[in-house]
Ligand binder design. Sequence first.
Ligand code: HEC
Length: 305
Amino acid sequence: MLLKIAKSSVILGLAISTLSAGSFNEQAEKDRKALVKYFEDKFEDVTKNKDKFFPYSTEDEIKNVFDSGVKHQSFGLGSYSFNKKSRAQYTEFKDGILPYEESIEKGEKLYNKAFKNGKSIASCFPDPVIGHQYPVFNETKKEVITLTSAINDCVRANGEKELNTKDGDMAKIEAYIAFKTAEAGKEIDIKITSKEAQDAYERGKKYYYSQRGYINISCASCHVQGAGQRVRNEYMSPLLGSTTHFPVYRLVWQDLGTLEKRMSGCITDQGQKPPKDESKEMKELLYFMAYMSNGMKIDGPDLRK
Ligand code: HEC
């Protein structure tokens, strides 16, 4: 009898712990599903939804710029997912010689290049198909590790000088990793498996939705409610799918840059000093953003205006 009880409580104990391990992402899943629904509803029928979602858009935009019926996976194309005009230009560019192709090759070389101690980035990450797993919440260190910080941790652990987190070698290594991950057909797969990870997610979300800067608006004002609106002649992209395709080659930069570089640009435009790329704030913000894109295909590196 005792043995039976002991056995059944073991089973029960297991059941409870798997149950709670699964539930740490419950809120995040709710948020993610609501976001997918919001964007699919918004772009389901732009003409019909004009008053509700596009009160500031002109008749010309409604008729000639926006697409209707944009589905979940397509939002990884950013504003090109719903903007027929800029998508046509983008497609034309993608048919030509891609300005980041050489960077992927250079990235592969850097990935395999020996440090002074004979090791390399490949020794830290023997399989380059990892782009879909980052950011991860490291349960030992109890902190979010982004791909950028994971690469720099590897470099530092081998006694080398850390890489610039905005462009240059870091962007090239990330381009190679993104390329290999996309080639393997991977989808973003961010996990939240503890209370600490859940708290990190919530802090990232809070950052995204907090109004800040001299114009007192949040990331969400532009990339959720504002997605599809125009600002300085640019159509704002949706939060959904915002991390699937980095690093990007921007025509404005004439260079390949990391996701952190792109976000820092937006934060500066908001009139704020961006947090450091490897700071807790930046990493947690990225953790939240990437979770929102869970289940979406990695499609990097890519091109943007
Ligand atoms: C005033 C409006 C505004 C605010 C506020 C803003 N952004 Fe942006 N953001 C833009 C515009 C405009 C672009 C360029 C067009 C586009 O969305 O691709 C952009 C681009 C981006 C991109 C690149 C999207 C892509 O497809 O490559 C990311 C990522 C991004 N912003 C993140 C953020 C984050 C994170 C915040 C808050 C810290 C933020 N933005 C705040 C206007 C804004």
